[in-house]
Write a protein that binds this ligand. Structure first.
Ligand code: ADP
Ligand code: ZN
Ligand code: ZN
Length: 669
């Protein structure tokens, strides 16, 4: 029988998780040892016994066989939270094509010293509040909570997807489920997209669960994060609320993972391993014997497809929960007609009329503008060139009328006096950013108190919360903003939401652009009419006939789903098929092109009949930070075949010298 070797990490909370040591697995222990097992090994020159985790198993010895020591024994109580973390890392490595090291770094928190004062971070965020009891659930909500309790009793761990319209009371349902699980002595992870992780949201949980909760957000330092993870591991915290990375809280006995706003793109990691939190949560729940509950007003096509196939249990909330609250009515305004009839303003006549009406009645308005499409850049009136970042393939964005900033690499310069391309002094700001919108609204409604929320106004600490709470208190009549204002806030005084150019997000170079547009419009419209008065959502667009806009205006998810799935099927896009994107990047443009062509050719030769191969094409932004990037896409219904291709490519890549100057990244969807 071939010898077996295990790679072992001795100190797993160390930054250097790549320091693994190889040991031989004695035959008598073979049955007992798997990935994640805690074992006792002789370590160092004195051969003192230390504990370590098995992170890899194989038949190949990396050193002189004679010098490899034997594993002593399996440590008692070896199935720990860390075991689960390592098994999860292994699963991620396999599924997303990263190295074990990259996966471990994602899953295991790194030990850092915490400064003494940091312990109070959460407490100061939460302040002084008295706990409040639960609201009594309405009938729809009760049905779902009961289904959950019933499934829990039967140990039926089928993940649940709650499709509930905005304001239907999903959060109340989650809290009921959380209470149920806490009562059984188990712990809970609540995932909320960073952008919705506001004071208001956290407060709701705090009022219900008090000190049992802990919050993990991106503004915490590495030390603070580690401290949070540790407290959870010791069982001092029972509910961890946070963005994507809260998923890696290793509770002793996890009972439930809740994922709010399941459709949010922020749940997908942008660094290797490029995991999706929904998939990892599903896996972690399975490994832990925990329930997994997702919720959204606009479920991702992936989740909804699984729900229709019975892989997820679908639960539905059709009505707004708040007393007297009902869904806003939506109206669509055709901007082409406005222009044809002589209105060149950014406000359609209907929108100005409605804003005027709200001002007269003392009600509030939100004006939403898609940041991506509307970032203002500076261009030359003589030669027409936009001023670009010297390191990236994008136009620079104008900030506060004085500086140009690159949103990709952070490069910044004062607005130049002359055109960098032709030397002409006639440069002009172009496009309509939120700042410009604010100025236009101010000129049109001089009596209105206007607040603006975008990257400029929220970059200082607390800016975000300050603006929101000021608006919530009625200190302004109009709130102008980007995506930030449409996520998860409850403003009962808002009876009008104006969406200035709904179709801009449709032209993003991404097969999901219609889905994103639909989600954004439904969420934005969902901001209106949360109180007792009926709200209106006004959608301005140049393509009123587009199905994503039509369906959003009608708040008709099913119709949107059907049309969008037909399109995905036609073009074999996820979730109709799976897709592997391989991105190759480097400073040497010619080498990047050459190697991408090589990979495409090799994949084509070996797998050409099994996959649909697209590209190589330049990345949507070809150059970033002086690095050139090219992409290959491969489509195939069977995920396992894509994994096979990824492994094949990686093996050849590792064996090619010139590839050392390049990076390769895999993205599965
Ligand atoms: P969602 O998470 O689906 O957007 P929320 O849970 O935020 O919805 O609920 C929307 C509003 O309705 C909140 O103000 C909430 O307090 C209120 N609400 C939810 N459920 C009930 C209920 N059963 N009775 C009264 N008010 C409720
Ligand atoms: Zn010029
Ligand atoms: Zn740049």
């Amino acid at each position: 029988m071939a010898e077996m070797y295990a790679s072992i990490i001795i100190d797993i909370s160390h930054e250097n998780v790549d320091r693994v040591f190889q040991y031989r697995i004695p035959e008598k222990l073979r049955e007992e040892i798997c990935i994640g097992t805690l074992v006792c090994v002789p370590f160092g020159s004195g051969n003192r016994t230390r504990k370590g985790y098995v992170v890899d198993i194989g038949e190949k010895a990396d050193y002189d066989r004679e010098k490899i020591k034997d594993i002593g024994s399996v440590a008692p109580g070896s199935l720990t939270a860390d075991t689960r973390a390592i098994q999860l890392a292994w699963w991620m490595k396999e599924r997303y094509g990263s190295t074990m090291n990259q996966a471990l770094k994602t899953v295991l928190p790194v030990k850092r010293k915490v400064k003494a004062r940091n312990r109070q971070v959460v407490q100061s965020l939460l302040g002084e509040t008295r706990p409040a009891g639960p609201v009594s659930l309405n009938e729809e909500q009760r049905v779902i909570a009961d289904q959950f309790a019933d499934a829990w009793k039967r140990r039926d761990l089928t993940p649940m997807l709650i499709h509930g319209i905005t304001g239907s009371g999903k959060t109340e349902v989650y809290m009921e489920m959380i209470q149920h699980v806490l009562d059984q002595g188990r712990q809970v992870i609540v995932l909320i997209p960073e952008i919705s992780l506001t004071y208001q949201t956290v407060m709701r949980f705090y009022r219900r669960f008090g000190d049992q909760i802990s919050v993990m957000h991106s503004r915490l330092s590495a030390g603070e994060r580690f401290d949070q993870y540790e407290r959870a591991r010791r069982g001092e915290t029972k509910v961890m609320i946070g963005a994507r990375s809260a998923l890696f809280t290793m509770f002793p006995d996890l009972g439930l993972i809740v994922m709010d706003e399941e459709h949010e793109s922020a749940y997908k990691s942008e660094t290797t391993p490029r995991y999706h939190a929904r998939e990892v949560a599903e896996q972690l729940a399975r490994m832990s014997g925990a329930m997994f509950v997702m919720g959204s007003a606009t479920p991702s096509l992936e989740a909804y497809t699984k729900a229709r196939a019975g892989i997820y249990r679908l639960a539905v909330l059709k009505h707004r929960a708040g007393a007297g609250a009902s869904l806003a009515t939506a109206e669509v305004v055709d901007l082409r007609r406005e222009l044809a009839e002589g209105n060149k303003s950014i406000f359609s006549r209907r929108l100005s009329e409605l804003i005027r009406d709200r001002l007269d009645k003392g009600e509030q308005t939100m004006l939403f503008m898609n940041r991506r499409g509307y970032a203002s850049f500076v261009s030359c009136r003589s030669c027409g060139e936009a001023v670009k970042c010297p390191h990236c393939d994008v136009s620079l964005t104008l900030h506060n009328r004085s500086r140009l900033v690159c949103h990709y690499c952070g490069y910044t310069v004062p607005v130049p006096a002359k055109c960098p391309s032709c030397g002409s002094p006639y440069l002009a700001g172009f496009g309509t950013g939120t700042q410009k919108l604010e100025a236009l609204a101010g000129a049109m409604f001089p009596d209105a108190r206007i607040l603006r929320m975008d990257l400029d106004t929220t970059s200082k600490k607390g800016g975000h919360e300050e603006i929101l709470s000021s608006f919530a208190k009625g200190e302004a009549d109009i709130l102008i903003g980007t995506q930030m204002i449409v996520k998860g806030h409850d403003f009962p005084g808002v009876t009008l939401v104006g969406i200035l150019a709904a179709d801009l997000s449709l032209y993003a170079p991404d097969y999901r652009s219609a889905e994103r547009t639909f989600q954004l419009l439904v969420q934005a419209a969902g901001r209106a009419g949360r109180g007792k008065r009926q709200g209106i959502a006004l959608i301005q667009t140049y393509v009123p006939e587009h199905y994503s806009i039509q369906a959003a205006a009608a708040q008709d998810y099913e119709t949107f789903y059907r049309q969008e799935m037909a399109y995905r099927r036609l073009l074999s896009y996820p979730p109709a098929s799976h897709m592997l994107s391989i991105q190759i990047a480097g400073k040497d443009e010619a080498l990047v092109s050459h190697m991408t062509d090589q990979v495409a050719a090799a994949a084509g030769r070996s797998f050409g009949r099994e996959i649909q191969l697209i590209g190589p094409v330049p990345a949507p932004v070809y150059k970033v930070n002086d690095i050139y990037r090219k992409i290959l896409y491969m489509k195939q219904e069977n995920y396992d075949i894509l994994i096979k291709i990824q492994k094949y490519v990686q093996t050849r890549w590792d064996g090619t010298d010139s590839c050392k100057k390049l990076t390769i990244q895999y993205d599965f969807s």
